[in-house]
Design a protein around this ligand. Structure first.
Ligand code: NAP
Ligand code: MG
Length: 501
């Protein structure tokens, strides 16, 4: 029997010892839990122009593959210049009535889109996961419900546009050209369509080549919602299709979400024209942990910040800035946490990290990680089995990173975290702002005053406090510096889709 003195001794010895580690690994193997809803995929997807699905004029199609197993999912139409032109003409024609329709009537259409999307939520979630590689728990619990939320929110605005700019009247711009990326295909579509439609604009939109399926499936919903023909036109294709959309003479405004590199090409080609522009571009966010932060919660925030959607997130917390006094502790906790992340089949409900979106993107991640090793940073990757087929990458943490390293400066757009340290608040601000980007940041501290100071000093469109990657349709999102300009969401997002009269 242990004596009181033994117990006391044991208690004293436990102080300062590292926390007990839960060993999962093979002992805790999960049974497979695949999502089985039917994504109702078609063998071939045509363009959605003038309210109908039509074959591309040149008859060209390309394959969309499932990055989780490299199998072909469907053929997607490749829109050429003639198709993009037909889409703009259809949109211009539709604008004559849609632009003048009373807001409360437009609201009904947008509301119906949201409801129909909710009705088909599981089908859309499975299609999104198969086409893009993201874990089903994310497409099911985040992408699809958030896309519906954007339509609901903007349906609510459509008959209240007199309050968008108090004291002023607003009017739609006309036809808007939009191009979106592959990381949140359906959600980006909702971010773009909902405010444009609520304001009375008509749209020509191009999804990304690797993830066009849910965009074209949304065309089916637009038909079912009775949206007048031509109000939304969906032209799938490659970069050439995107360029044709951005440069079309009928476009009164262009809205682009994608890389800073392509954003600059578009801005150069549109310089000197009358077109309005919004640019949602890349990022290299700092997630900043002060020593008074609740560390276990912060570790969850770090994991969510960089491993959500395999790190294919423009606002990913890809640079971890941690106060020196707690750096070792945070890094140790982080490594333990990462060991139990489940990487693999995106359709499995227990998967935390799914497939990398494309072979090309996997190559970019591998190149930048190799540069990190070469430049002298210390690499940590948990030992986890990756599926034999498909594009996968282990969650990766680099410590001993210097500000000059490529992994600290360039957007990796993958599950790779670079850890840097700081001593004072001033140093944290200087390091966080020392980047060409300015999309988002995170601050973890117990002090409200410090949160307010940091959110003022950080040059980032969004600053999260004691949380990360939180989104809401009411909250404007957008960048500073090379992360772009213009806002999406909230009243500010609507202002980017109207003229003041
Ligand atoms: P990307 O290469 O710039 O592509 C974005 C879109 O532009 C795609 O639909 C692409 O078509 C199209 N495109 C390519 N070249 C074009 C051209 N010359 N003219 C017009 N369109 C063209 O970017 P990505 O790799 O798909 O997406 C990742 C990037 O998006 C990251 O940098 C990320 O940070 C950024 N992003 C930003 C936000 C934000 O809100 N700030 C949100 C999400 C993502 P193809 O797919 O056919 O090449
Ligand atoms: Mg695909």
């Amino acid at each position: 029997m242990a004596t009181l003195t033994d117990k006391k001794r044991a208690k004293t010895q436990s102080i300062g010892r590292p926390a007990a580690e839960l060993i999962f690994g093979d002992l805790w193997a999960f049974d497979p839990a695949p999502e089985t809803a039917d994504p109702k995929l078609k063998a071939r997807y045509d363009l959605f122009i003038g309210g109908k699905f039509v074959a591309p004029a040149a008859g060209k199609y390309f394959d969309s593959i499932n990055p989780a197993n490299e199998t072909k999912l469907a053929e997607i139409a490749h829109a050429g210049v003639a198709d993009v032109d037909a889409a703009f003409v259809a949109a211009q024609k539709a604008f004559v009535t849609w632009g003048k329709m009373p807001g409360k009537e437009r609201a009904k259409h947008i509301y119906r889109i949201a409801r129909l999307l909710q009705d088909r939520a599981r089908e859309f979630a499975v299609a999104e996961t198969m086409d893009g590689g993201k874990p089903i728990k994310e497409s099911r619990d985040f992408d699809v419900p958030m896309a519906a939320a954007h339509f609901f929110y903007h349906a609510g605005w459509a008959d209240k546009l007199d309050y968008v700019a108090p004291g002023r009247k607003v009017a739609p711009l006309g036809v808007v050209g939009q191009v979106i990326p592959w990381n949140f295909p359906l959600l980006m579509m909702a971010w773009k369509l909902a405010p444009a439609l609520a304001m009375g604009n008509c749209v020509v939109i191009k999804p990304a080549e690797t993830t066009s399926i849910t965009a074209l499936k949304l065309g089916e919903i637009l038909q079912d919602a009775g949206l007048p023909a031509g109000v939304v036109n969906i032209v799938s294709g490659f970069g050439d299709t995107g360029a044709a959309v951005m440069n079309h003479p009928i476009a009164a405004k262009v809205a682009f979400t994608g890389s800073t590199e392509v954003g600059k090409i578009i801005m150069r080609s549109l310089a000197g024209t009358e077109k309005k522009m919004t640019m949602e571009l890349g990022g290299k966010a700092a997630n900043i942990i002060f020593d008074d932060a609740p560390l276990d919660q912060a570790v969850e925030g770090i994991v969510n910040g960089i491993f959500f959607n395999q790190g294919h997130v423009c606002c990913a917390g890809s640079r971890l800035l941690v106060q020196e006094s707690v750096a070792d502790q945070v890094l140790a906790k982080l490594k333990q946490r990462i060991k139990v992340l489940r990487v693999g089949d995106p359709l499995d409900k227990n998967t935390d990290l799914g497939a990398i979106n494309s072979k090309e993107q996997l190559g970019t991640i591998q190149r930048l990680v190799a540069a990190g090793v070469k430049e002298g940073a210390t690499l940590f990757q948990p030992e986890c089995k990756l599926p034999a087929k498909g594009y996968y990458f282990r969650p990766t943490v680099f410590s001993d990173v210097a500000m000059s390293h490529r992994i600290a400066r360039e957007e990796i757009f993958g599950p790779v975290l670079s850890v840097l340290t700081f001593r004072t608040l001033e140093e944290a601000v200087e390091k966080a702002n020392n980047t060409a980007y300015g999309l988002s940041a995170g601050v973890w501290t117990d002090k409200g005053s410090r949160i307010l100071k940091m959110s003022t000093e950080l040059k980032a469109g969004v600053v999260w406090a004691n949380t990360y990657n939180k989104f809401d349709p009411t909250s404007p999102f957008g960048g500073y510096k090379e992360s772009g300009f213009g806002r999406e969401g909230g009243r500010q997002g609507l202002l980017d889709y109207c003229k003041l009269i």
